[in-house]
Design a protein around this ligand. Structure first.
Ligand SMILES: [Mg+2]
Length: 125
């Protein structure tokens, strides 16, 4: 069975790049360009993994994630924070906010499939 991945990212280049890489690696990929669309698609598709950009116009990734985490129907979804403002302590901040993982941009495209595979396999503690 194909794993479903939802990419929520406002930057079109990134969105297409991530989609192409993950599609190439056999995943079923859906994309959203802001937090609101991301929440709607997450509820509809119940993806195995969500890659959620943090900085987006309209509804940002923190808000979208908080909505999904606060809803019992979607609270179990694995959400990875994508952020371009990599700073010391950020990772801990995002994990504390309920994100399953953290990835800082620019993403190493060769590493992305391996990371996604790991996130899909590892069960939450
Ligand atoms: Mg962004």
């Amino acid at each position: 069975m194909q794993n479903k991945i939802l990419i929520v990212e406002d930057n079109e280049n990134n969105r297409c790049l991530f989609r192409d890489i993950l599609t190439f690696h056999g995943y079923e990929v859906a994309v959203a360009s802001d937090g609101q669309e991301g929440v709607t698609l997450a509820r509809k598709l119940m993806p195995d993994l969500i890659l959620m950009d943090i900085q987006m116009p309209g509804m940002d990734g923190m808000t979208a994630s908080a909505i999904l985490k606060g809803d019992p129907a979607t609270s179990g979804l694995k959400i990875i924070a994508l952020t371009s403002f990599a700073m010391q302590g950020d990772r801990e901040k995002f994990l504390a906010a309920g994100f399953y993982g953290y990835l800082s941009k620019p993403i190493r495209t060769r590493e992305l499939p391996g990371l996604v595979k790991q996130w899909l396999e590892v069960e939450p503690v």
